[in-house]
Structures are given as structure tokens and as C-alpha cells.
Design a protein around this ligand. Structure first.
Ligand SMILES: [Zn+2]
Length: 470
């Protein structure tokens, strides 16, 4: 979330379920060397790009997220050269250098694949000791602070291609922008030996050579690979079944780290029992300074705002952690178009975080959260009757309106769907949706169809009430 805001487990749902294997994953190979003090990096990306569509590609588009100053402040990324089989290709950038376009020497036909290599460098936004302005540092998701370096969205991402073409919607300055097809990442990360790295996936090998250490990171089935580097942090480790959880915080917030690890384990257990297996075998949570965000999800890596880590006993802190864990299923496992259909993952993350709270702390404990969600949505709808929960992100005038519809309205809508269907059928439908669209980009029609197929009722009244047209 960028933002935010059990009933007894149904034993019948606990049947073991194996996730489908997707052999067509894109493969990213990244070689990154980091200058920690400067907050800068040099990298080489080699990426296998399959054409899984029915149209030939005459060019390939990449997203250069760091150049989006609305979300990334004064961070930047520059492209130095692009090659296929050692032959340099011309390239161009658009939309304030947030889009990279590489024309192909010959069209990439459906079913074929090409391997492209891109040399690039980048720099994180600087977070001053006095707390930099938002304009300067953005959300804080690609940012150097006095004690951390956060590297997310820091390399060229192949844009998502669908029947509508390449997804190149510009930033709105709020909400989540980062989206990608599921991919298998292999990262070689060279950093000063004094640093610790928390990453997506797993560090499978570390080789120290004096002042520098090279870590090899494997992150299968990821939508992104993200990294936080730091010194002097403490870690709390936990497990949920086979999933390892590591919560990293400053010494001052060590208690928050214990709570982050516990809430994560509780959330993971809930979701595995009710929705399906975790997409990731290891999840890291890291406290960092953030602006306008309580937490932000990445594949196997969650950023938690220092501001909220200072209040670890609050209900809201519980909800933040649970919300970001849900995103591992809905963002990581099942993707969606974050520009056209941002409500798909955010409504599920908000609804399920409340339901996890209720499941762990007891019936009724989330009532006030659901009531507040309905009130926030109802008053936002009165102010902006032309918008609906399922409006695209660019239709919303500002972050507050967006949040009121997509998060609060989305949670209220799903709670009404659950009331209509009953708990057991509702979660069976979510399980179907997760299993059927794991590794893919789902649409609103896919989620609604999953509900309708499990429902021995019609959902027309609820869909009409919330003006959702799948
Ligand atoms: Zn979210």
C-alpha cells in the first residue's frame, strides 16, 4: 500500500494446493555495483524478452521509473548503451525520460524471444538529516538516507504488453506505478563489506574480497527485485511453515521489528490456509524513512515507514504489516494493471488486512475498520459521484480521493461480496482466482468471474451498488 490505511479457519480450505509452474517467465540478469556513500550505482542488465502475444514486436519498451520525479524525487537513471548479440542498437527516451524505446533490427515474432543487454547507471534521491522535502526525495523508495540506501525500481523494467498494447501510462504522482510481468531474477550485487543487504528472493552466495563483497541473489517468480542496504540494524527472524521472515529495524525500533516479524508470520499463516501457498519462501521487512506512505510492497521485500515503526503497538501498525504481506499474493503472485485497475490488489490488501486482524485478535475486532471504510467511501462518493472504485488511477484528482475509493471503497465492496456469498464460498473464490491467475496479470472480470462462479447467488445488486462493471 502506499498508504493506508478469523473466524475459525475453515479446515476444508486447508487442502494442500500446488501452484502451477510457469516455464515462460522472463529472465533478468542484473550486475550491480553500488557506491553507498554517494547513493549511486552502475549496472548491466541482460534480459530475455519472449513475445507471448499474437503480434510481432518492432520495438521493445522499458519503464525508467527513477526518472519519475513525482514518486522518486531527484533520483535518476541513465541509459548508456543497448546491445543484442554485441551489436549496438539505437534507442530513444520519452515522457521526461521515463520510457525507453529500443527499435529492433528485425521484428520479434510471436513465440520468439530475444536477449538484450543494457548498460545503465543511476542515483538515489538524497534524504537530508533534516528530513528532505517530498519534491526532493519522493516516497523514499529509491533514496539514500544517513543510515540506509533503498534501491527499488532502480533498473530498466520491460513494460507490460497486453492486447491493448504496451502499458506506458504516465505517473499520476500518487499510488503505485511499478508493475511487471513475473520474472526470474539473478542478481550479482557488489557492495562495501561493511553493509548488510536485505533483498527480494534469497542471497545464495557471498564472496568477500577486502573492502568489497559480492552477493548473488536469486529471486524467482518476482515482479521486481528490490534491495535495501544498511549498517547497524538489528534483525528479528521468524517462520510461518516453510517461509522465512526477517524484520530489520534500527536499534531504537527493535521492538517494532519483533512485532513486524510476528504480524507477518500470523498474516502468512492466514493467507496460506485461506488463499494459497506464498509465492515467496523468504520475506524481508525493512524500516526506512518514507513520505506519504506507511508501507510499500515489493516482491519478497517490504518497506515499513520509520514514522509508524515508532508506534508499533497501534492497530494501524498491525494493519500496515498485514496489508503489505497480502500484496505478496496480490501484486507478487497475481499481478494487475496498476494504472487501469489499481483497485484489484489494493481492495484485496485492505479487506484481507482487516480480516487477518479479526482472525487473529477475534471476531468483531475489525468492525470499526470496516465501518470507517464504508463512511470514508460514502462521503467520497458524495463529493465525486462520477468516480467509482474501479476507475483508473489517472481518473482520480488526488491521493486522498484515490485512497477513499480504491482502498476504503474496495474493502467495503469486498466485505459486501463476502456477506452475500458467505465466508466459505468467498475464500474458495479467492483461492480459485489466485490459482488461476498466479504469475499472470489479472483483470476485474477475472476476479468478479471467480466470485460469480462460486456464488449460489447473484452479485448483481452489489456490483450495481458500487458501480463496478467487470
Ligand atoms: Zn497497498
Amino acid at each position: 500500500m502506499r498508504c493506508l490505511h478469523i473466524l475459525a479457519l475453515l479446515l476444508s480450505l486447508a487442502t494442500a494446493l500446488t501452484l502451477p509452474v510457469h516455464g515462460q517467465n522472463r529472465a533478468y540478469d542484473l550486475d550491480i555495483t553500488v557506491d553507498y556513500d554517494a547513493g549511486s550505482y552502475n549496472g548491466v542488465l541482460t534480459v530475455d524478452i519472449p513475445n507471448a502475444s499474437t503480434n510481432p514486436f518492432s520495438e521493445i519498451f522499458f519503464r525508467l521509473y527513477p526518472n519519475d520525479h513525482g514518486l522518486y524525487g531527484d533520483a535518476m537513471i541513465a541509459i548508456h548503451n543497448v546491445t543484442i548479440q554485441s551489436a549496438s542498437l539505437p534507442f530513444a527516451t520519452y515522457l521526461d525520460d521515463t520510457i525507453l524505446m529500443v527499435p529492433l533490427p528485425e521484428a520479434l515474432q510471436p513465440g520468439d524471444s530475444t536477449r538484450m543487454t543494457i548498460a545503465f547507471s543511476g542515483k538515489a534521491a538524497q534524504w537530508g538529516d533534516d528530513g528532505a522535502s517530498f519534491i526532493k526525495s519522493g516516497y523514499g523508495i529509491l533514496t539514500k538516507t544517513p543510515s540506509t540506501l533503498t534501491l527499488t525500481s532502480f533498473y530498466p523494467h520491460v513494460a507490460v504488453y497486453s492486447e491493448e498494447g504496451w502499458s506506458l501510462d504516465p505517473s499520476t504522482g500518487f499510488g503505485d506505478q511499478l508493475m511487471g510481468d513475473a520474472a526470474d531474477y539473478s542478481v550479482t550485487l557488489t557492495i562495501p563489506s561493511s553493509l548488510t543487504a536485505a533483498t527480494s528472493g534469497r542471497i545464495v552466495e557471498s564472496v568477500e574480497d577486502g573492502e568489497w563483497t559480492t552477493h548473488r541473489v536469486e529471486a524467482p517468480q518476482a515482479r521486481d527485485v528490490s534491495i535495501v542496504l544498511f549498517e547497524d540494524y538489528v534483525v528479528t527472524e521468524s517462520t510461518a511453515g516453510d517461509i522465512a521472515v526477517r524484520a530489520w529495524t534500527s536499534q531504537a525500533h527493535a521492538f517494532a521489528g519483533k512485532r513486524m516479524a510476528r504480524v507477518s508470520a500470523e498474516s502468512l499463516a492466514f493467507l496460506e490456509a485461506r488463499v494459497g501457498p506464498s509465492p515467496y519462501s523468504e520475506i524481508d521487512l525493512v524500516e526506512v524513512p518514507l513520505q506519504r506512505a506507511a508501507g510499500v510492497e515489493f516482491s519478497g521485500l517490504i518497506l515499513v515507514s520509520s514514522e509508524y515503526a515508532a508506534q508499533p503497538n497501534s492497530t494501524f501498525f498491525y494493519v500496515i504489516i498485514a496489508h503489505e504481506i497480502v500484496h505478496q499474493w496480490f501484486y507478487g503472485g497475481v499481478g494487475n494493471d496498476l494504472s487501469e485497475d489499481p483497485w484489484l490488489d489494493e481492495s484485496l490488501a485492505t479487506f484481507l488486512s482487516y480480516d487477518i486482524l479479526e482472525g487473529v485478535l477475534g471476531p468483531g475486532t475489525a468492525d470499526s475498520l470496516f465501518d470507517a471504510a464504508r463512511d470514508i467511501y460514502t462521503s467520497a462518493k458524495q463529493r465525486a459521484p462520477g468516480l467509482s472504485i474501479s476507475s483508473p488511477r489517472y481518473a482520480f484528482p488526488d491521493s486522498a480521493t484515490y485512497s477513499s475509493f480504491v482502498y476504503s471503497g474496495g474493502a467495503a465492496f469486498l466485505d459486501d461480496v463476502r456477506l452475500e456469498m458467505g465466508d466459505e464460498q468467498f475464500y474458495l473464490a479467492l483461492r480459485d482466482y489466485y490459482n488461476d491467475f498466479f504469475g499472470k496479470i489479472a483483470t476485474p472480470r477475472d476476479l468478479i468471474s471467480a466470485f460469480v462462479e462460486r456464488c449460489s447467488c447473484t452479485l448483481d445488486d452489489v456490483l450495481l451498488m458500487y458501480e463496478i462493471v467487470p
